[in-house]
Ligand binder design. Structure first.
Ligand code: PLP
Length: 349
């Protein structure tokens, strides 16, 4: 095997996505999906597209989505790049900017995939630990000669915390390379950075439809960047990285502002209740700006809590970050799902 497979690939562990159980009975609160059904306009768009036939290749650049996104944020359509989920965009970004032996920076703890992307490139990743209050130290924007790209999820996972926009602009202006603000959860927060792209061309913002549009199964994301970067990334992406059904569905979803507003209101109300109740049960829970909460405590081990929940059909995410500690990340489900989860935790404590 060693003779054929690149040594970087043999050496890496590979990203392990969150568990996707087959049973419909499981209360699934482990991968930050949206518990509600997507806008009916999405299903209608998929139906219409399917009826008109799928024998042709899709639009390689997803013009309809570029148009809807450009209208929504009042930006140039040429600054939008569509992806097969935001993981696809993160891959395109890493392949475009980071070569073998070069450096990719990320905060710690955060979304684990970024490191795997650096490993696939044969690049190194530099992990800059968050301060204990989830702010970022100044070392996050120090320039080093091999630094080629910086990832910053905002809100961050697993903490759900945010770095203020003003600080993001300061970080980007100080960096010698592009800063990718991964806004997978920004629709659940109070502010976002899309308008910063025009102020500072080092800022690239990545979005997904998996969370706030309830379309994780569809696989669609987009990024907003200076057109000069998009032009380069177009060369790196697969020719037809988004299929016709996904393009039609994404355009319908992004265009349905009412659905999103209503959905956000429900998720935020349940998030507040989840946060308050977990604190009442003795957990430390930083204020979340995403559709999940990060729950830690020092007095008991949390793996057994995770396992008991799982054995009773409630799946949350247990994470244990070396040099940082363990916690339970709980996605905001429906009111009923969160009631069941909270009742069970109260019972086993
Ligand atoms: C911070 C962050 N970025 C990106 C993604 C991937 O999203 P997508 O489903 O669009 O690939 C996730 C998924 O959980 C995430 O937590």
């Amino acid at each position: 095997m060693e003779k054929y497979v690149r040594p970087e690939i043999i050496a890496m562990k590979g990203y392990v996505p969150g568990e996707q159980p087959e049973s419909e009975q499981i209360i699934k609160l482990n991968t930050n999906e949206n518990p509600y059904r997507a806008s009916e306009k999405v299903y209608e768009a998929i139906r219409q597209t399917a009826i008109s036939g799928l024998s042709r290749y899709p639009d390689p650049i997803g013009k309809t989505v570029r148009f809807v996104v450009s209208k929504k944020f009042n930006i140039d359509p040429d600054s939008v790049l569509c992806g097969n989920g935001s993981d696809d965009l993160l891959t395109i970004l890493t392949r475009t900017f980071v070569g073998s032996g070069e450096l990719l920076r990320l905060p710690y703890p955060t979304y684990i995939l970024y490191r795997s992307l650096a490993e696939i490139q044969g690049a190194n990743s530099e992990l800059v630990p968050f301060n204990t209050d989830w702010t970022l130290p100044d070392t996050f924007f120090t320039a080093t000669s091999k630094l080629r790209l910086v990832f910053l999820p905002n809100p961050n996972s697993p903490s759900g915390t945010v770095i203020p926009k003003s600080r993001i602009l300061e970080i980007a202006e100080n960096l010698p390379c592009p800063l990718v603000v991964d806004e997978a959860y920004a629709d659940f927060a109070e502010e976002h950075c899309i308008d910063l792209v025009e102020k500072c061309d080092k800022i690239i913002v990545c979005r997904t439809l998996s969370k706030s549009y309830a379309l994780a199964g569809l696989r669609f994301g987009y990024l907003v960047a200076a057109p000069k970067w998009v032009e380069q990334m177009m060369k790196v992406k697969d020719s037809y990285n988004c299929d016709s059904l996904a393009i039609a569905a994404a355009a319908a979803a992004i265009g349905d502002n009412n659905w999103q507003k209503e959905n956000r209101t429900k998720i935020l109300a349940t998030r507040t209740r989840l946060t308050e109740q977990m604190r009442r049960l003795g957990f430390d829970v930083p204020a979340s700006h995403a559709n999940f909460t990060w729950n830690t405590r020092k007095d008991i081990a949390l793996k057994p809590v995770y396992e008991s929940l799982k054995n009773s059909g409630i799946l949350v995410r247990y994470m244990d970050y070396p040099c940082w500690g363990e916690g339970l990340r709980i996605s905001v489900g429906t009111e009923e799902q969160i009631n069941q989860c909270l009742n069970f935790i109260e019972k086993i404590l």
